[in-house]
Design a binder for this molecule. Structure first.
Ligand SMILES: Nc1ncnc2c1ncn2[C@@H]1O[C@H](COP(=O)(O)OP(=O)(O)O)[C@@H](O)[C@H]1O
Ligand SMILES: N[C@@H](CCC(=O)OP(=O)(O)O)C(=O)O
Length: 377
């Protein structure tokens, strides 16, 4: 795929049929831990305009914790998990109430979807999310997504909505991803550094990272900083989706393809969305170590991982959970969804499919990880 020009990428964003917009906490809330209704309304105005021009708009909105701690009487974003989860339960309701009112002024309906990584990693649940989102969009609704902060367990969570938004863009086969934050663009270094310069165009996000110094969050309510935004732009780029990153106040111009913020070109034609989800969605729960022959087969990209080439299993996981496939030196070769619970695997190690069938029964005569569920890293 040849690299498109900046103008081409901005034009593609302006013409997007389906667009995923992610907005960060600092763009919707005040440092006191309350919503900032004016800024939220201004954002909704830009999104409603895109919706009324025929775009299918999905909003990934942060802000539950940042909007909930003020009303609960805290001076700052709580740092312990239980209070964060309780705060998110309060803030999420306030956030949705305001979105509903703001979109209603334009006659637009919204629907809330709260996602946990755990909910979406298994094929059936993944398809469930996909189906619900597609149906909402078909019904002309603007889905508003957040991580289910109140229930997500700390061990397995997206943690930041930047990465979640790129996965959602992939899931709904979006034509563009818009990342809205509290800085107007990507800079060559954190904008607090006096010599940092705005980057208007990133033709290849993978190479670009070498020349850019990225830092953490600039606010007291944001979580990932620029690191997770670049990760999101990378996930989108390898899914064939262009990204524009700018501040929330520039949402309208960014959606219209105006020369604001930073645009990232797609680096690859669109691939299978489910495989990408396997590759990025959740931290693997365990490891299957394979011998040299199986490592070679897995690296080839088209083989399933058979028990015959597996040497060892580490960690505790259930069938359907994400796992690493490692070679003997400990190098990660691939990520995949396990076909069996971890405790079933030791008896299968090193056995051919015929042996598995004979000694353990028909139900074990299957790959440890099927090739459709395997993504090289
Ligand atoms: N190279 C960079 N270019 C632009 N911003 C950067 C860079 N490195 C770090 N940042 C910081 O990232 C912040 C945005 O991330 P974050 O606070 O997590 O926002 P949000 O709440 O919108 O997700 C900016 O305010 C900025 O201070
Ligand atoms: N899900 C959390 C926000 C997580 C997050 O990524 O925050 P941010 O960096 O502000 O986009 C919340 O709603 O408070």
């Amino acid at each position: 795929m040849s690299t498109p020009s900046q103008v081409d990428v901005r034009r593609a964003i302006a013409g997007a049929q389906t667009v995923v917009v992610k907005v960060g906490s600092s763009s919707l809330t005040q440092p006191s831990g309350h919503l900032d209704p004016e800024r939220l309304d201004a954002l909704v105005c830009a999104l409603a305009a895109a919706h009324m021009q025929g775009a299918r708009v999905v909003l990934v909105s942060s802000g539950a914790i940042a909007a909930g701690f003020g009303p609960l009487g805290f001076d700052a974003r709580p740092s312990d998990v239980a209070t964060q989860q309780a705060t998110a339960a309060v803030g999420q309701g306030l956030l949705m109430a305001r979105y509903e009112t703001a979109f209603a002024r334009f006659g637009v309906r919204v629907g809330q979807i709260l996602i946990t990584a755990e909910d979406t990693i298994r094929p059936q649940q993944y398809r469930n999310v996909e189906r619900t989102l597609t149906r909402l969009l078909d019904l002309g609704v603007v889905p508003i997504i957040n991580e289910n902060d109140s229930l997500a367990s700390n061990e397995i969570r997206f943690g930041d909505n930047d990465r979640l938004s790129a996965l959602v863009a992939n899931l709904v086969r979006a034509d563009a991803l818009v990342l809205l934050t509290d800085v107007d663009a990507l800079y060559t270094a954190p904008p607090s550094q006096p010599d940092s310069k705005r980057v208007a165009y990133v033709p290849n996000v993978i190479d670009a990272l070498e020349d850019i110094t990225v830092g953490g969050s600039g606010s007291k309510v944001g979580t990932g900083g620029m690191v997770t935004k670049l990760e999101a732009a990378r996930v989108a780029a390898v899914s064939g989706i262009p990204t524009v990153l700018t501040c929330a106040a520039q949402a309208g111009p960014a959606l219209m393809g105006d020369p604001v913020g930073t645009v990232f070109a797609p680096v690859k034609a669109r691939g299978s969305s489910r495989r990408l989800w396997i590759g990025f969605a959740a931290e693997p729960r365990g490891i299957i170590v394979v011998d040299a022959g199986a490592a070679q087969a897995v690296r080839g990209g088209r083989a399933s991982l058979l028990a015959a080439g597996a040497l060892e299993v580490r960690g505790e996981f259930s069938a359907g959970d994400p796992v690493w496939v490692d070679d003997e030196s400990g190098e990660h070769l691939a990520r995949g969804l396990a076909g069996f619970d971890s405790e079933e695997i030791p008896q299968m190690l090193g056995r051919t499919t015929a042996q598995l069938k004979r000694f353990l029964g028909e139900q074990y005569a299957h790959p440890l990880v099927h090739r459709d569920n395997l993504v090289l890293v």
